[in-house]
Design a protein around this ligand. Structure first.
Ligand SMILES: [Zn+2]
Length: 123
């Protein structure tokens, strides 16, 4: 159920950015999800379609990009892709490593439609 809360936050950011950009409609939003998070993109999409109703983002298409996990071993310095937080280094088997990427969730881009520029010149 934590997708509901994160979707509310995503929508809040979208609305703020859309207002700042003077958008009349949000067309497409790209969200990046680290592969070690437990967020389910289908659930986020489901809540988004529901929560966005009546907002500037209603009907916007939501795209997801998975971000591969990357870690550096603290013992031998190897760079590897951990499959979970309890993984060990494939080179030296050390379980102590620094996770550099894979736990994030952020908005990569927001595409909007803007109002036609109004011609305010006096005749
Ligand atoms: Zn190592």
């Amino acid at each position: 159920m934590h997708e509901y809360a994160i979707t509310e936050s995503i929508l809040e950011i979208i609305q703020t950015e859309a207002t700042r950009a003077g958008a009349i409609h949000v067309d497409e939003v790209t969200v990046v999800i680290g592969e070690l998070t437990s967020f389910v993109d289908d659930s986020i999409r489901f809540y988004f379609d529901e929560l966005a109703q009546g907002t500037v983002a209603e009907g916007a298409s939501l795209k997801f990009q998975k971000l591969e996990a990357r870690a550096t071993c603290n013992s031998c310095g190897a760079d590897f892709r951990p499959r979970n937080a309890f993984f060990s280094c494939p080179e030296c088997r050390s379980a102590v490593f620094e996770l550099r990427q894979g736990q994030e969730l952020f908005i990569e881009s927001i595409d909007v439609s803007q109002a036609e520029p109004t011609d305010i010149r006096e005749n």
